[in-house]
Write a protein that binds this ligand. Sequence first.
Ligand SMILES: Cc1cc2nc3c(=O)[nH]c(=O)nc-3n(C[C@H](O)[C@H](O)[C@H](O)COP(=O)(O)OP(=O)(O)OC[C@H]3O[C@@H](n4cnc5c(N)ncnc54)[C@H](O)[C@@H]3O)c2cc1C
Length: 478
Amino acid sequence: MPRTVIHWFRRDLRLTDNTALHHATQAAEQVVPVYILSDWKQRHGWTGPNRQQFLCGNLESLAKNLEALGSRLIIRCGRADAELERLIRETQAQAVYFNRDYDPYGRAMEKRVQELCTRLGIECHSYQDSVLHEPDAVLTGAGLPYRVYTPYSKNWLSLPKTAPHGRPRTLGPAAPATVTSLPLPTLEHWQLPPCTAQIPAPGERAARERLKHFISSGILHRYGQERNLPAGQTTSMLSPDLRYGLLSIREIYQRCQEALVDESGKPQPAAAQASIQTYIKELAWREFYMAILWHFPQVFEQEFSPDWVGLPWPGTDADFQRWATGSTGFPIVDAGMRQLLKTGLMHNRLRMITAMFLTKDLHCDWRLGEAFFMQHLVDGENASNNGGWQWSAGTGADAAPYFRIQNPWLQSARFDPEGVYIKQWVPELKDVPAPLLHEPPSRPGLPLAKGYPIPMVDHHTERDRCLAIFAKHKEERV
Ligand SMILES: Cc1cc2nc3c(=O)[nH]c(=O)nc-3n(C[C@H](O)[C@H](O)[C@H](O)COP(=O)(O)OP(=O)(O)OC[C@H]3O[C@@H](n4cnc5c(N)ncnc54)[C@H](O)[C@@H]3O)c2cc1C
């Protein structure tokens, strides 16, 4: 009897270099590919239309790519273990293949699926795929998780990296018509409002184009010098692709290695090589935060650093709303928030500036900002988002010390001196001379431009207040 197995697609919505899919196609004559939709409706604290729209587009593209191989993507909805059980019975599958996820929800479901396979007496194969090194593969000499990035990254960088697999030529025959599939989802499936943001083009091919552009246009080779500048494209913009696995991390790493030499095989100039190494270290940050969430899943609820558990956050809802709508009167902060609202993405430097502003200038709980980002970000990813928020709030693993509070005016002058980024996202300020964008208005009470708010707080006053809140909490804990 020909062997049939199931490939359960999760955060790996591609055919090229998909580890579990590669092994499934090696092991069986027929691979039945399935994606299982979540069944929440209308409101989800951490998810909104931007990321779900991107997901819909990615599923559509995946379905087309599978069809081109003569296969058919099966869409189901509900709890993954229950839906997989149904599908196993319908297809008589002898095994389930999937790539591992490292966040607590993904892990919990994997455990259930493994139990299901044991109960049904079929094989269950899971693979490392979305990371270069799994959380338990990068530990201290004593076998403990790292809490600090630099030694983690040294260890991570020194480990051998796996080469990519190819793209399967066939998954065997499509599942018969008796195996039903839901239609490809639209936002109506979750009863979400339409996505109004200009999000990136979905699908594996668009992701490959982004990777190609990042490398061939020289952005990678200038990354070390330019990555902190938010105007124009200075970074890879590949985070949504990594979030949904449209590209494999092994392939990105391999392309970076290849980019160390030019087309004739001559080594790139030292600065370009250093840029590539800097970029690879950013990929290590992603895995560092995944490892933190793996080893310390409590970070979802509370501060990573025990010193700051229970720290009060006296910011008001009205203050939060001004931040969330990009109307704080701090041009750089408002530009970042409006980029997020209009595109579902925000440059990393701006994520730091806006997150620090919310927590240190407005004293709002980092968990509110974390949830807001997750609702809007196309690349919203639990580990990196939590890590980024706790870093900015000063409460996380290897976080900015609480007393190192970025001054948004200085950040603005340093990273957007001509105001190009600010003017792109805050058009009310397009005629304001650049130097004036980087300081509070010289005449208090008068806005920088018609229709633009005056700064909602004085940074120096709020900085002192923040230091006092942290210091008092520390004192009371001793
Ligand atoms: C408050 C805050 C929230 C964040 N939320 C997310 C999130 O939800 N999802 C997400 O992918 N990243 C998040 N980041 C990290 C970072 O801002 C984005 O990964 C980056 O802006 C994506 O753009 P890029 O792909 O052009 O990055 P590049 O500069 O090109 O970096 C390459 C890749 O490295 C990884 N990376 C880079 N910086 C970081 C970092 N600080 N932490 C973890 N991984 C990193 C990403 O996978 C990124 O795609 C957050 C950072 C902060 C400060």
